[in-house]
Write a protein that binds this ligand. Structure first.
Ligand code: HXC
Ligand code: NAP
Length: 290
């Protein structure tokens, strides 16, 4: 199936050292696996070292290459700075940072405690800014080029009820992506983002569609192309954006959602529930022969 096929030619990422936050699970792991296949070395980080170690071994067994697992809670600047030094200690330098770690859950906003709201802001916005600042300062000081790729969501610009802390934080990450694309381009640092639509992962599905919700709200039904995403489709775009083929792409956010947000955003999109007979009646009522 072509959706599950890699798109870039072999060796496209050879020589690149790529750090992925949240790289031991879900989409981070899928993107990492493809980067490895294309010749990169990886550093994968998150809070759970056991999960990272198991994923690193799996990825190396499957793809070859080198994967360094490092525990790091992105909410702690001390842990982020230590992780950055450890990553450089192993590979000498890091060329690409993929800010992918996130936390999220659904809840009516008025039911959220301040701590719950702040937890999501801290992981997504503060965590991404701490990793970005640590890497960016070092790249600038070392006069080294670098690339940021940040995973956001389409509700970063539309907003969305029931995931308000996540929407606010992802909007901040998107603003940071575009701002630094301009400010840090003079140092040879590019910043881009990807906004995925629904891609099945244990982490997102269990938190955003808990219990029976997954049966009631089939995510595929909201997508005009009628399906959810394949991980490789996302990995193909990510690999392009961290490769040198995209050297002239800077400050961009690429949406890969099968048209989901446009359908959800249009006020009259739900008229696709109107049956043909009713359209016939409406046409007839304005005098057109059907
Ligand atoms: C309301 C909740 C809650 C929930 C936790 N809290 N879950 N409030 N509804 N479902 C509250 C807690 O009561 C607590 O507040 C505060 O949040 C912190 O909770 P902890 O469990 O102590 O936090 P922590 O252990 O740091 O875990 C963080 C987490 C957890 C975000 C709550 O779910 C997690 O570790 N997530 C990481 C992975 C993840 O979320 N992946 C999905 C990304 S998907 P109080 O006041 O009680 O102390 C994604 C998709 C986007 O982003 C778009 C899809 C289309
Ligand atoms: P996931 O598997 O739950 O990924 C989240 C990762 O972040 C986990 O590996 C988690 O590992 C890590 N993480 C969470 N809190 C952290 C912290 N404080 N410090 C460091 N790492 C932390 O879910 P996913 O679906 O693959 O999501 C990956 C990215 O895609 C996220 O940015 C998400 O917002 C985005 N996204 C996903 C979808 C989708 O449909 N799946 C859609 C739009 C956007 P630990 O628990 O070990 O820390």
């Amino acid at each position: 199936m072509i959706l599950a096929e890699g798109m870039l030619k072999a060796g496209s990422l050879t020589g690149k050292n790529i750090l992925i936050t949240g790289g031991g699970t879900g989409l981070g792991k899928s993107m990492g696996r493809y980067f490895l296949e294309l010749g990169a070395n990886l550093v994968i980080t998150s809070r759970k070292l056991d999960v990272l170690e198991q994923s690193a071994q799996e990825m190396m067994d499957e793809m070859g290459g080198q994967v360094l697992p490092l525990s790091c809670d992105v909410r702690s600047i001390e842990e982020v700075e230590r992780m950055w030094e450890d990553a450089k200690g192993r590979f000498g330098h890091i060329d690409v940072v993929l800010n992918n770690a996130a936390g999220n859950f659904i809840s009516p906003t008025e039911r959220l405690s301040t701590h719950a709201f702040n937890t999501i802001l801290d992981i997504v916005l503060k965590g991404t800014s701490q990793v970005t600042l640590t890497a960016g300062k070092d790249w600038i000081a070392q006069k080294q080029k670098g690339t940021f790729l940040n995973i956001v969501t389409t509700y970063a610009w539309t907003g969305s009820g029931y995931v308000v802390p996540s929407a606010a934080a992802k909007a901040g990450v998107l603003a940071m992506t575009r701002s630094l694309a301009v400010e840090w381009a003079k140092y040879g640092i590019r910043s881009n983002a990807i906004a995925p639509g629904p891609f099945p992962t244990d982490g997102a599905w269990s938190r955003l569609l808990p219990g029976d919700l997954v049966k009631k709200f089939d995510p595929a039904k909201k997508v005009p192309v009628g399906r959810v995403g394949e991980h490789q489709e996302l990995a193909n775009i990510a690999a392009y954006l961290v490769s040198d083929y995209s050297s002239f792409v800077n400050g961009e956010v690429i949406t890969i959602d099968g048209g989901e947000w446009l359908k959800g955003a249009g006020e009259f999109n739900n008229l696709d529930q109107v049956p043909q007979e009713m359209w016939d009646m409406l046409e007839a009522s304005r005098g057109k022969k059907v």
